[in-house]
Design a protein around this ligand. Sequence first.
Ligand code: PGA
Length: 252
Amino acid sequence: MMMRRSLIAGNWKMHTTDTEARELALAVAGNCLGVAERDVLLAPPFTVLGSVSECLKDTGILVGVQNVCWQEKGAFTGEISPTMVKAAGGVAAIVGHSERRQIFLETDELINRRVVGGLSFGLMMILCIGETREQRESGVTFAVLEKQLRGGLAGVQAKDMASIVIAYEPVWAIGTGLTASKEQAQEAHAFIRRLIAEMYEKDLAGQLRILYGGSVKPTNVDELMAQPDIDGALVGGAALDAEAFGRIVAYK
Ligand code: PGA
């Protein structure tokens, strides 16, 4: 089986002014030296994307955004296009984050438009999926993951799957300090990989990177990353602390 290159992504959410972003980006770069065998990506707010890209040029650290529109330009008040992202140095977009789904009521259909559109402009698309606590407790976790995965990837061709990353983020573990146990995370990741093999093909599923997200910290990253189907992490809170993030990137 092909080795998957791991990816540690930091989602800064709605944090950092320009000065704070530059400072944090430079500190992260300083703490991520010497981990060339892993991909590192930072997703700051749109307003500081250009500044963060500039601070990180020549470091090998990738920059992306936390959402993206499917159109290049036009009457889409409040949205940012893939072309704008690329012009500001971004190469990737997170879509379908549970905060987008829950607070801004984004549906699988809308998220799918973002996925397909972002791919058509050559962005790496990080599609987030995950169940709520109520859904886990009522035993529908896998049904929810399947619906979000099939919905989010509708119309995505096998040839474009190399630009897709899936992030499994149980909603009950995001920003709560609760982490899925390594067994719970591995079980969900294995399910996702099996489903992708069914939707596409086995080789492609074997190459797909599946990140875990939800209260990833220096204290739990090692055991999560030791799971066979966990290929990286999507980090929220701890990504705002350059030291903690550096330790996560350097997981053992
Ligand atoms: P957290 O956020 O690490 O703060 O739980 C993860 C995420 O929302 O991607």
